[in-house]
Design a protein around this ligand. Structure first.
Ligand code: OGA
Ligand code: NI
Length: 313
């Protein structure tokens, strides 16, 4: 699918190419909010180092990993694993480590693996580079909507960031489960680096489209808060991870959240005067509470924040 061809961000440094880059991003954001980027300014060597520390951690023994075990609730930190092959819903087939990285005051280093020794330093460097990339993307996305470059960054307030290391081991019956069930991300914007194919985005007629793995590219997906701020013009699409029987797949997912007390609302510039807003104003904390009250998967959470407006289809 054309929009999943990587978009070359180096074009943004050349005014003759920049408008074409913005147009490609706008097209993908209007379609399903998924695109890939290359020449994104994050050193490939740093990407490789992050993959290496992730792999080394998951290769530790179960007991060594359990030293960092978190509580099994949404938003908690630390190591966890969930492998479901029976009829239990929702389906999961993954191990993971989730860490808060921003604001710095929310780093809980007791959950950060001490093996391999270079884990902490690598994650700090990588997530700093990913913060910068996320903010550069927010600027281009703002411009692609005709807004000032700082619009989305300001609308989201103090950046909150977390990283999830996902590891999907080979599964003897891959058709019976999922790495991660269908969901849209609740945050503002997600930047994912994958090793191996397995990420799928919802397509027409209840089908799934594979997001191909391009070496050195990042997969960018818009999440629910951007859908709300753009009043539904830019999409936060459902996606999922599938598993396979012969190899381990890993992905490294960096989430950019608004601050919990940030008020999120459709940009007045994007609200049609006649139709009015599609989504109501909310504090981000309300969204997280609604997420915690629901089961993972199922109907899109963002719909419960839609305004009952007869003019909105
Ligand atoms: C996620 C996610 C997909 C993947 O972590 O929210 O959608 O391929 N991950 O790991
Ligand atoms: Ni996701």
């Amino acid at each position: 699918m054309a929009t999943l061809n990587p978009i070359d961000l180096s074009g943004l440094n050349d005014e003759r190419l920049a408008s074409s880059v913005r147009a490609q991003i706008a097209e993908a954001c209007e379609k399903n909010g998924f695109f890939q980027v290359i020449n994104h300014g994050v050193p490939v060597e740093l990407m490789d180092r992050l993959k290496q520390v992730g792999r080394k951690f998951f290769d530790l023994t179960k007991d060594e990993k359990l030293a960092y075990a978190g509580k099994p609730v949404i938003g908690s930190e630390g190591y966890g694993s969930r492998m479901v092959l029976d009829d239990t819903e929702p389906k999961f087939w993954r191990e993971f480590v989730e860490l808060h990285t921003l604001p710095v005051s929310e780093r809980h280093y007791n959950y950060w693996p001490q093996q391999p020794a270079e884990f902490r330093e690598t994650v700090e460097k990588y997530t700093a580079a990913l913060l910068d990339l996320a903010q550069r993307l927010l600027a281009v996305i703002s411009e692609s909507l005709g807004l000032k470059p700082s619009y989305l960054k300001e609308a989201l307030g103090e950046p909150h960031q977390n990283i999830v290391f996902q590891c999907y081991p080979p599964c003897p019956e891959p058709g019976k489960t999922l790495g991660l069930p269908a969901h849209s991300d609740v945050v503002a914007i997600t930047i994912l680096m994958q090793e191996g194919d397995g990420l799928e985005v919802a397509a027409e007629n209840d089908t799934w489209e594979l997001v191909p793995n391009h070496p050195n590219a990042f997969v960018v997906n818009l999440a629910d808060q951007i859908e709300i701020i753009t009043n539904g013009r830019y999409k936060s699409a459902n996606h999922r991870a599938i598993v396979n029987s012969d190899r381990t797949r890993r992905s490294y997912v960096t989430f950019y959240h608004p601050a919990k007390d940030q008020k999120i609302f459709p940009a007045p510039e994007l609200v049609d005067e006649k139709v009015g807003p599609v989504y109501r104003e909310l504090f981000y904390i309300e969204y997280l509470q609604a997420l915690a009250a629901e089961r993972f998967g199922g109907k899109r959470l963002v719909q419960s924040f839609a305004i009952d407006n007869p003019l909105v289809s």
